[in-house]
Design a protein around this ligand. Structure first.
Ligand code: ADP
Length: 256
C-alpha cells in the first residue's frame, strides 16, 4: 500500500483536518515483477547461445585454427545457435507487437478454411522431415470468424507445428474445423504422441515454459509459442482447451 496524508483546508483558515488515504498497488508491483522476470528470462535465453557462439569462435581462432574437420563441425553448430537466437528474437518481437496492439480489437472477416490449408502446405516440409502425416478434416464452404488474419496464421501454425514436433511417435496429426448449431467455431489439432503430464498442462502458456519429460527438451523451440497463441486468442475472445492423455496423445482445441 502507498499511504498519503493531505491537509483539508477549513473555512476559518486554521489547519485542523487531514485526509489519510491508502492505495493498493499490489497489481502494479506484480506487473513490475512479471516484467523484470521476463527480461531476466529473455536475457538468459539469449546469453546461452551467445556464450556458446563465443566459445566456438575462440576455439576456431585458437586451438582448432588449422583443423578443417573441426571447422565444418563447429560452423554447423554455430549456425544452429544463430538460428535459435533469431527464432527467439522473432518470438520476443511478436509478443511485444501484440502488447502494443492490445487495445485495438481485431476486425477482419477471416475464412479459416483456406487459411488452415495454406498453413498446412507451408508446414509440409517440416512434417516430411519429421516423418509425420497430417490429415485434414475441413468442412465444405466457408468458416468465417472476426479476427486478424496474420495472428490466426500464427495460432494455426504453432499448434500444428507443435503436434508434429512433440507428437511424432504416433506419426499422424489430425486437423479438424467445424461450426456447430450455436455458431461456435472449433479448430482442433490431435496428435498421438507421448502426451503431457497433467501437472504441466496449466502452465503450458507461460512464457519460456517447456515440459522437461522424455526428449521434449531436445526439440527446437523457444518456449514462447503457446504464450503467443494464448495472447492472440485472448484478443480474439477465443479459448484454448488442452486435453492430454499420457501414452495416447494431446488435443489442442481453439473455440471461437
Ligand atoms: P516450444 O515448442 O517453443 O518449446 P511452446 O510454447 O509452443 O514452446 O510449447 C511449450 C511446451 O509445451 C513445449 O516445450 C512442449 O514441452 C509442450 N508441448 C506443446 N505442444 C505439445 C504437444 N502437442 N505434445 C506434447 N507436448 C507439447
Amino acid at each position: 500500500y502507498v499511504a498519503r496524508i493531505k491537509p483539508i483546508p477549513s473555512m476559518d483558515g486554521e489547519q485542523r483536518l487531514y485526509a489519510l488515504s491508502f492505495r493498493d498497488i499490489s497489481d502494479l508491483r506484480s506487473m513490475d515483477r512479471m516484467r523484470s522476470d521476463f527480461v531476466a528470462n529473455a536475457s538468459h535465453e539469449l546469453r546461452t547461445p551467445l556464450a556458446s557462439l563465443r566459445g566456438f569462435i575462440e576455439t576456431l581462432m585458437g586451438p582448432a585454427k588449422s583443423d578443417l574437420a573441426a571447422h565444418e563441425r563447429f560452423l554447423g553448430i554455430m549456425l544452429d545457435q544463430a538460428t535459435r537466437m533469431s527464432r527467439l528474437v522473432d518470438d520476443l518481437l511478436s509478443l511485444s507487437r501484440l502488447e502494443l496492439k492490445s487495445h485495438i480489437a481485431p476486425d477482419q472477416r477471416v475464412d479459416l478454411v483456406p487459411l488452415i490449408g495454406h498453413v498446412r502446405d507451408s508446414l509440409s516440409p517440416l512434417a516430411d522431415e519429421l516423418g509425420v502425416e497430417i490429415f485434414m478434416h475441413l468442412p465444405e464452404g466457408k468458416v468465417e470468424v472476426i479476427g486478424d488474419r496474420d495472428e490466426l496464421v500464427q495460432v494455426v501454425e504453432n499448434l500444428i507445428e507443435n503436434a508434429c514436433k512433440y507428437g511424432q511417435e504416433g506419426k499422424t496429426v489430425d486437423v479438424h474445423l467445424k461450426r456447430d448449431e450455436t455458431d461456435t467455431v472449433e479448430f482442433s489439432v490431435v496428435d498421438r504422441g507421448p502426451g503431457i503430464p497433467a501437472e504441466h498442462v496449466p502452465r503450458l502458456t507461460e512464457r519460456f515454459y517447456r515440459v522437461s519429460v522424455a526428449d521434449s527438451r531436445s526439440k527446437k523451440g523457444t518456449g514462447l509459442g503457446l504464450a503467443i497463441v494464448k495472447h492472440i486468442l485472448t484478443r480474439h475472445r477465443a479459448r484454448l482447451i488442452v486435453k492430454s492423455e499420457l501414452g495416447k496423445g494431446t488435443t489442442f482445441t481453439v473455440r471461437f
